[in-house]
Design a binder for this molecule. Sequence first.
Ligand code: PLP
Length: 480
Amino acid sequence: MTPPPSSVRANSAAARDIANVLHPYTDLEKHQEVGPVVISRGKGVRVWDDAGKDYIESVAGLWCASLGFDNERLAQAALAQMRKLPFYHAFTAKSHEPMIDLAEMLIARAPLPMSKVFFANSGSEANDSAIKMVWYFNNALGRPKKKKLIGRIKGYHGITIGSASLTGLAANHRSFDVPLPGFVHTITPHHYHGALPGESEEDFATRCADELEKLILAEDPDTVAAMWAEPIMGAGGVIIPPRTYYEKIQAVLKKYDVLFVADEVICGFWRTGTYWGSQSLNMQPDMIVCAKALSSSYLPISAVMVNDRVFQGLAKESHAIGTFGHGFTYSGHPVPAAVAIETLKIYDELDIGNHVADVGAHLQAELRARFAEHPLVGEVRGMGMIGAVELVADKAKHANFDPSAKIGARLTALCEANGVIARSLSGDVLAFSPPLIITRPEVDEMLDRVGAALGELTTQLQREALAKPVAGTPHETRAE
Ligand SMILES: Cc1ncc(COP(=O)(O)O)c(C=O)c1O
């Protein structure tokens, strides 16, 4: 066993973590020296570490604990289901009420007519399932060549082999030998960085659609099966596409008979201010993937909804083969399904949409009022209860810091010191996706703490700039 670093008490939870846990999304070598933040309990929008320090969770864990960290009804729903039927499966036409009820509730709440729901356990698994459904569907239609899938640069769809191949982020590809062949990526619809000088949002959206069409033509439309999109890109930087983007993109997809899959893993369940991100952003997908806030993440569950055209294809092919040979042991597991049912009921009862309209508007206004003019802030963006503050080295040129400066990581460390668990995304983007139940005073407290952290970072960077000799200064001339 590696001995714990001197800053970590022997036999503490942190020391045992270092000795035994392989962490996702962590510098594994550095972790051996630095160790974890051990979170021990939660209440409302806050969590506490094992030393008793409180933090406001500005990203609801991983954009997911929508009802906060102590919802008793969800705990009771799980317990009641555990006692009644702790496990059953959905293979070979077996079923149970929680899965049936949840499927019915999702279909009733879908943003456009959907036919059936398939359950999985994570966003990645749901996206991988949807990928396989697209391939199966095109085999059913006698189009065995039509299999390529389009993601977007900076899109995030998870980390299983298929979903990581759709993902368009270097950290998820590098050294993992993905994307697989047959996965291609179109441009990121981010006006702030991607637009040409003077290009309007609408013109940029037209260019994004033109680029998509060029890609489809270059690949050969007879080989392109589907495109995936998060309504608002989450992990890629909280990127809201330009006005008219989805109308234009969808026209191209229709022209070449390419299916459209909405990845609502972050945006679903009121995050953007409407029940689905597809509604806020004007998307009409053939398939919808959701997870996270489906159960407020109290237990793992995800879903793929398919429209009737897709379902008829799957049904036909499965009948020809004799079975739809796909499914997880835990597909539709009754306990997470019961928690998800309770979660959806709570959203309705709390009228969480109205709450998001009110507090989300406050969050958006405060983010802009407090940070937009800050010299280190390039863009403040967001919608509903999701937002971002992007730090830049040069405000006028929209130029990011050199990634090696790890500015975002420095800011999140300062946020933690100030009592906020924050998430910085590549490009030094500080994301905000708090529990949907957050109140106006809690938003203010969260932003006060983030503001203090940003103030400290600014002072540090100013000091470092003063300490650093600049080319052409007398000091450097002397050194030469
Ligand atoms: C849009 C989107 N899709 C898919 C995923 C993957 O979900 P999971 O981590 O549950 O596999 C995520 C996770 O953050 C996501 O944000």
